[in-house]
Design a protein around this ligand. Sequence first.
Ligand SMILES: O=C(O)CCC(=O)C(=O)O
Length: 259
Amino acid sequence: MDRFLVTGALGSLVGKREGEANPEDPAGQRGEESSRKRPRAETLPNAGPLASPTWRHIRAEGLSCDYTVLFGKAEADKIFQELEQGVEYFTGALARVQVFGKWHSVPRKQATYGNAGLTYTFSGLTLSPKPWIPVLEHVRDRVSVATGETFNFVLVNRYKDGCDHIGEHRDDERELAPGSPIASVSFGACRDFFFRHKDSRGKKPSRKVEVVRLQLAHGSLLLMNHPTNTHWYHSLPVRKKILAPRINLTFRKILPIKK
Ligand SMILES: O=C(O)CCC(=O)C(=O)O
């Protein structure tokens, strides 16, 4: 059977950053930005009104991301409701994380969906993603039209409010198709999202690189291109004033590892 090993956000469940109280990280700065159309999107067929959106290009040393609002409010609202009704999240042991030997609830809810036959490793277990449901296929296909990329797996993260968060981590490139991007689509509450360079982490960083700070809006798509995940960690910090829920979908293309 084909086996997929997925670490990064999944693997980070066992990482100590996950349990840290957050970082309402102060100063930081956006990377260099420019606004232009992403050329590939313009040549794709069946493009809806938002299929050739204006992209914001976010660039810093070793970081390359493209951001756009892919879904208008009405459609994003409908997708959010469908996700709320349709997504089945992990429960029990899969919804817990061990930090310094103590078990805690993961500070968000998670689920995985993907192509038939895939398996992946999660908290030391080999699991299969659930089969795609129509709302996830719809979002996946819209992302593919807009980016020209295909995806076979999605991790769903649901944050019930601003206390739910995700600690600093990288999405491990080894299990991704080489050079493939990760497409992060957000619905619900707008949240801050930080990138921190690997050399600039911890109490005694080897050098100072400015944090790249973004806000991920309802209906938005953030495309994290290679080699962003090699050099930069990302996180969704605690924001206690946010009371509304948010659902994030990270679409990935993962490679089978033959047994
Ligand atoms: O919720 C988000 O925007 C971040 C999710 C994430 O970091 C991940 O899936 O790796």
